[in-house]
Design a binder for this molecule. Structure first.
Ligand code: NAP
Length: 332
């Protein structure tokens, strides 16, 4: 039997998430299987994997709620004369990036957030792109700037991102915003970790004093998740490819966050009974299915709550981009 968390609202949610032939990919960077995640995640309860003992956390429904909250905030801001705006820069014609950008701009449309689309040919030069970012930095209608990665070969994405005004860095990837997160004064936090925290909140998982094992230490997911959990007084073990004896660490975890990009890495019987399991990984198997990093069927027998893939963390990523853009518009 499936127990769903959160309720549906009027605004439609779209999933997102990535993966290629068993190797996980970052959805803010590449969009290889976004459209597949969108369709495979489905829209209703019957689309979720069947649950055993654990509660299945329905990321799609929670994302719908987040979007509804965003729509209300946009309406209130518009009444106060503020029209939140997001600039989206897409260079080249990578089909996956196009799908991902389309999902973002649709989400903006759904909540009434204005987006300024800059679709540029792959022949665009670094200096042309930097001049665009400078213009967007100076444009008061633009509260958030999102540069879709990867950029075509020959362009320097690090140099371009570094040029973005940190107050408009709604992806939370600039050193200033990373530093603020770790120093306990966060401004923008990357969208996927925000989604992870929202899922933990919806699960009702106690964080203070809990032992959280985060597997994966990327700047986009693992590290910011660890920072957010520490800020909530969890005791965090951050694991990576050099970690010794991952199974025994996971066995001691009240909370497991898997963000690696390896299907089946986390075995079901590693999970401590009653733990909460958040599976960030998105991997495409040779048979075409999308799966996470956790053996869902095995883990759900022991977990108190667990996210499915697709339909867990993925749908919250775009929803949290809206949240960050609204924060940028209000300076909060
Ligand atoms: P990444 O940058 O490739 O990082 C992967 C991390 O996993 C690295 O820290 C790596 O360790 C660690 N790792 C690799 N093999 C390991 C092993 N055997 N044991 C323990 N740790 C291991 O990936 P990412 O961008 O963080 O993404 C991770 C996964 O999440 C991918 O599947 C991606 O598609 C997915 N993702 C999903 C969403 C979403 O919205 N649902 C968002 C972002 C990412 P080292 O540092 O030592 O190399």
């Amino acid at each position: 039997m499936i127990t769903r968390v959160s309720s549906a609202a009027a605004i439609g949610a779209r999933g997102e998430g990535l993966g290629r032939a068993g190797k996980g990919l970052c959805p803010l960077c590449v969009g290889s299987d976004i459209s597949a995640e969108v369709t495979q995640a489905g829209t209703g309860q019957g689309d979720l994997p069947q649950a055993g003992a654990g509660r299945v956390l329905d990321g799609k429904a929670i994302a719908v709620t987040v979007r509804a909250e965003a729509a209300k905030r946009v309406a209130a801001l518009r009444q106060a004369g503020i029209v939140p705006g997001l600039a989206v820069v897409l260079v080249g014609d990578d089909p996956a990036s196009q799908v991902y950008v389309r999902n973002k701009t649709r989400a903006c449309d759904e909540v009434g957030l204005v987006h300024f689309d800059h679709r540029l040919p792959a022949t665009t030069t670094q200096s042309e792109l930097e001049a665009l970012v400078d213009r967007l930095n100076a444009d008061p209608r633009v509260h958030g700037i999102l540069v879709q990665l990867p950029l075509p070969a020959g362009l320097d994405s690090a140099a371009l991102l570094a040029r973005i005004d940190p107050r408009k860095d709604v992806d939370g990837l600039l050193p200033e915003n990373i530093g603020r997160l770790w120093s306990g004064a966060p401004r923008f936090v990357p969208c996927t970790p925000l989604g992870v925290m929202r899922l933990l909140g919806e699960a009702g998982t106690p964080l203070s004093g809990a032992h959280a094992v985060v597997i994966g230490r990327s700047a986009l997911v693992g590290k910011p998740v660890a920072a957010l959990l520490i800020a909530q007084n969890a005791t965090v073990t951050l694991c990576h490819s050099h970690t010794r004896d991952l199974p025994s660490l996971v066995r001691s975890a009240d909370i497991v966050i898997a963000a690696v990009g390896k299907p089946g890495l986390v075995v079901g019987d590693w999970i401590k009974p009653g733990a909460t399991v958040i599976d960030v990984g998105i991997n495409r198997l040779p048979d075409g299915r999308l799966v996470g990093d956790v053996d869902f069927e095995g883990a759900r027998q022991r977990a108190a709550a667990i996210t499915p893939v697709p339909g867990g963390v993925g749908p919250l990523t775009i929803a949290m981009l809206l949240h960050n853009t609204l924060a940028a518009a209000t300076g909060t």
